[in-house]
Design a protein around this ligand. Structure first.
Ligand code: ZN
Length: 240
């Protein structure tokens, strides 16, 4: 985890400072991630010992390590709920019911409502089951809605989702290229899945073309805030 992102700051150098040593020329100004934290409303779903044990067993089956803990996340996966309301999504995640024949139930760390309210459901130190192949290293953000296009045109919600994602970038040192749509998971270099029959499973929320728009906006915000954006994407061929 990187609590502070570093950005090269030539502005710190005084005019005519060319005679300074290389150490001074590479002076870096830390971006305080906490200054980018948006307003977040906690609305916890139950995630007690039993669900954690189920998540650890899921991790063992699908990623090869028995743990429910999410440490050093590298990826943010963007979703939409494909449902009518925040409460219907929250109820689905709280229910902890069987999904694809397995426990625990599906889950998301955050839900962004249509009016831009950001709800947090789960501590970010917990693995949440929101995207096959990614849960070992990915934070999940759900947006209430039924299509990418709808959310791209819903300003308060889009702005909130971008602000939340930007904060996560700064907080964990995540690169913009690893902010992906659920529909892009199979192209991610971080995709891992031990079940052969699950290796090509993904969803249709947040398609590549729409995520390019999302990432472009995010990149602009990151640049303005002094948050490092990282290198260009390197997608992988999933052979699916
Ligand atoms: Zn999804």
């Amino acid at each position: 985890m990187a609590a502070l992102a570093l950005v090269a700051c030539t502005a710190l150098l005084a005019p005519g400072s060319g005679a300074l040593g290389s150490e001074a020329r590479h002076a870096a100004r830390p971006v305080d991630a906490s200054s980018l934290k948006p307003a977040i409303v906690w609305k916890r779903i139950p995630f007690g010992t039993k669900r954690k044990r189920q998540m650890a067993a899921y991790s063992k089956r699908h990623y090869g390590e028995r743990t429910w803990e999410l440490t050093d996340p590298h990826v943010v996966v963007e979703h939409y709920t494909d449902g009518p309301s925040f409460s219907s999504a929250w109820n689905t995640f709280a229910a902890n019911s069987l999904h694809l024949g397995e426990m625990p139930g599906v889950c998301s760390h955050f839900i962004v409502d249509t009016d831009g309210t950001i709800y947090q459901l789960v501590n970010m130190g917990i693995r949440c089951r929101h995207a096959i192949g990614m849960n070992w290293t990915a934070i999940g953000i759900e947006m209430v809605g039924t299509s990418d296009g709808q959310i791209l045109n819903r300003r308060p919600q889009l702005r909130a989702a971008l602000a939340l994602t930007l904060w996560l970038l700064a907080k964990f040192g995540i690169e913009v290229r690893n902010v992906i749509g659920h529909a892009e998971t199979l192209m991610s270099p971080y995709h891992r899945e031990l079940y052969p029959s699950w290796q090509c499973l993904t969803h249709s929320d947040w398609q590549h073309a729409d995520m390019r728009i999302f990432r472009r906006k995010l990149k602009r915000m990151a640049t303005q805030a002094g948050v490092p954006i990282g290198p260009r994407p390197q997608w992988v061929d999933s052979n699916c």
